[in-house]
Design a protein around this ligand. Structure first.
Ligand SMILES: Cc1cc2nc3c(=O)[nH]c(=O)nc-3n(C[C@H](O)[C@H](O)[C@H](O)COP(=O)(O)OP(=O)(O)OC[C@H]3O[C@@H](n4cnc5c(N)ncnc54)[C@H](O)[C@@H]3O)c2cc1C
Ligand code: FES
Length: 284
């Protein structure tokens, strides 16, 4: 019995490795990208721009990169970051990196001219809206990165795109004035220092107008996404969330990012990070 179980386990692991390698060959690349800009936006947030030698493949909002932090020699596992912007002409991708621990801190200390090993693009993106949709994007902390990318490439008129950005305090918000022409921007801060006082879910747009949106997208801390999902679920609204489960390989082999969903245990790195709330087992 134990031998059969061990055989099945081994077979499943082999399948996963083969699947992962195949999909890596299909479109993901491991590349040394050149850091061409590193700008500190506020105390903890940095905007890093990386350039590829070769043309970039298509990249969509919600997809992420897995970065090797070579300069922190004690860190073996890559660190995932959402892609915030892509410039195909200049072959660059931009990342919004918030310092959380040692890996992200060392990454923000890289200087332009250095090479960074990156696996990308990883994961499944957000569902793009239909031409007449009115959409609500809700970003918290570094979760604003994929929301801004979605606002930029969704193809909707600015009046169809509404975005609530949440942070603890005004100084935690990064300057996103260059996105002003792409969407209606609203702010919420826990201390009331910018925009509405409280969480994003306290914003009047959320409390009073949620049903006016065809699609809701969110990325940020788990409690924020769960609060958004709960209200969207109650009203049977389309809602996608981008999970930030802890990851290692980033392409479906190590199983450390697994989420217990209505379809069984799924790797967030390959089956997500974007999930429709109806597929999750959150208590909503
Ligand atoms: C798909 C995906 C996209 C992401 N996009 C971005 C992004 O665009 N910008 C950004 O700044 N960060 C993003 N993150 C989070 C980022 O990967 C982590 O901040 C980073 O890996 C932390 O590494 P570290 O070595 O600095 O911290 P560690 O030393 O690994 O961790 C420091 C502390 O933070 C906790 N922690 C680590 N990772 C996470 C996490 N994912 N969520 C909550 N707590 C965590 C640890 O438990 C520990 O307490 C993303 C994560 C995922 C999975
Ligand atoms: S991070 Fe390895 S399986 Fe998802």
């Amino acid at each position: 019995m134990q031998q059969v179980a061990a055989f099945i386990l081994l077979r499943n692991i082999l399948h996963r490795i083969i699947f992962a390698l195949k999909s890596v060959n299909m479109r993901k690349t491991v590349s040394d990208l050149l850091l061409i800009d590193n700008k500190q936006l506020n105390k903890d947030n940095f905007l890093l721009k990386l350039q590829s030698k070769t043309p970039l493949s298509d990249i969509f909002p919600g997809q992420f990169v897995n970065v090797e932090i070579k300069k922190a020699t004690e860190i073996f596992l890559r660190r995932p970051f959402s892609i915030m912007d892509v410039d195909y002409e200049n072959r660059t991708i931009s990342l919004l990196v918030k310092i959380l621990g040692r890996g992200s801190k060392v990454f923000t200390e890289y200087i332009p001219g250095e090479l960074v090993s990156v696996i990308f693009p990883l994961g499944k993106p957000f569902t793009l809206p239909l031409p007449n949709d009115r959409i609500l994007l809700i970003g918290g902390g570094s979760g604003v990165a994929p929301m801004l990318f979605l606002a930029k490439i969704c193809g909707l008129k600015p009046e169809q795109v509404h975005m609530i950005l949440g942070a603890r305090s005004a100084t935690d918000h990064v300057d996103i004035s260059e996105y002003e022409g792409l969407a209606n921007l609203y702010y919420a801060t826990e201390d009331g220092s910018k925009g509405e006082k409280g969480f994003v879910t306290h914003h009047p747009l959320f409390t009073h107008q949620l049903e006016s949106f065809d699609k809701i997208y969110t990325c940020g801390p788990d409690p924020m996404m769960k609060a958004v999902a709960k209200e969207a679920y109650k009203r049977k609204l389309f809602c996608e969330v981008s999970l930030e489960n802890t990851m290692a390989c980033g392409f479906g082999v190590c199983l450390c990012c697994v989420e217990d969903t209505k379809h069984g245990n799924l790797c967030v790195c390959t089956e997500g990070p974007v999930f429709n709330i109806n597929d999750l087992k959150w208590q909503i």
